[in-house]
Ligand binder design. Structure first.
Ligand code: 5GP
Length: 113
């Protein structure tokens, strides 16, 4: 589905674009700043991306830092998340980095904590 956003078939609020990455606001934000960074080339998840093209994974992370800078949250702090598999609540099967911040974030880990 994120391939459709990359292709412009599904609208999204794009905040950053590089040769090989696209960053857009999450449709259901979990923090004041919640941006997704995807490689424009399809890779199933972060592990697959790391194995196939570690340089592209680094570009995704670098784009995430650029998003944090543009959102003004470098000093206040931010969180990078890659969800993989059902226990992590992963729903979209195109590698994507969550960039979360802009307010104090909750703890993460076991459900209910
Ligand atoms: P996951 O749980 O797979 O790590 O995260 C998928 C994320 O994609 C969720 O935070 C969800 O809100 C977001 N999302 C799902 N569909 C769309 C969409 O069509 N547009 C945008 N901008 N975000 C989406």
């Amino acid at each position: 589905m994120f391939c459709d956003i990359v292709a412009g078939k599904i609208p999204a609020t794009v905040v950053n674009k590089t040769d090989r990455t696209l960053a857009f606001r999450d449709i259901n934000p979990q923090a004041a700043t919640h941006v997704l960074v995807v490689p424009t080339e399809h890779h199933e998840d972060a592990g697959v991306l790391a194995a196939a093209d570690p340089g592209l994974l680094a570009e995704v992370l670098t784009a995430g830092v650029e998003v944090a800078r543009a959102e003004g949250i470098v000093e206040t702090g931010y969180r990078f998340v890659f969800n993989t598999g059902p226990d992590a609540g992963r729903t979209v099967f195109h590698a994507h980095l969550h960039v979360l911040g802009g307010e104090q974030l909750g703890l993460f880990g076991r459900l209910g904590r």
